[in-house]
Design a protein around this ligand. Sequence first.
Ligand code: ADP
Ligand code: MG
Length: 233
Amino acid sequence: MPILRSHQLKKDFQVGETVTKVLKGVDLTIEEGEFVVILGPSGSGKSTMLNIIGGIETITSGELYYRDEPIHEMKTKDLIEYRRKHIGFVFQFYNLLPNLSALENVQVAAELSDHPLDAGEMLERVGLADRKEHYPSGMSGGQQQRVAIARALCKNPELLLCDEPTGALDIKTGEEVLTLLTEYNKEHGTTIIMVTHNVLIAQIADRVIHFRDGVIGEVEHNEHPLHPGEVKW
Ligand code: ADP
Ligand code: MG
């Protein structure tokens, strides 16, 4: 059974009198353990799709299943529970709590989980063994994103959602973050869906789903995904 499956998923946003159709019938299937990149231009609905998968946004019509759980039928309370149990989220701008240390940022997330991994070990895993007591303002963008990844992973999620996770980073730091994510996917089998507008990043994915104007276009399978270190950035 796929870990995630949508059928004719639609999302409209209403602002005042104006209704904007953002997702126009998305049929998506994600298999367990895949590293999938959703690639598309700005405004094509990628973040909206990811937020729906993560239970942050509601669905206008259509179906979305997490394994055999119908996400489209869930109300807010169930969506929060679904998200807490299964989903890790990494954003472009880290979203760390500024008044907490790196370790505390990760611990806060771990406390919400039924089966958390050790927060300190998670920070060591992302290469921040010597930064545990540092505050976000005292860390580089790359370090902050590593904390955010440790925070997402310490709840041991089955599905990790990443929205332009390297969008605010320089090339070298971005490559390191992508290496961390691909290695974690290979070692732990955690399913990863990453959305990006950067065509180069698509080369590291098992599968590339092209998004344009609220629907899926082409789908590419990469027989031999590149290691982030092999990409000509
Ligand atoms: P992408 O991530 O591919 O750049 P988004 O999913 O962020 O695309 O946005 C797709 C479209 O949906 C844009 O036109 C955006 O303005 C609109 N949109 C996104 N979120 C909202 C919202 N909360 N209210 C109204 N319109 C929104
Ligand atoms: Mg976006």
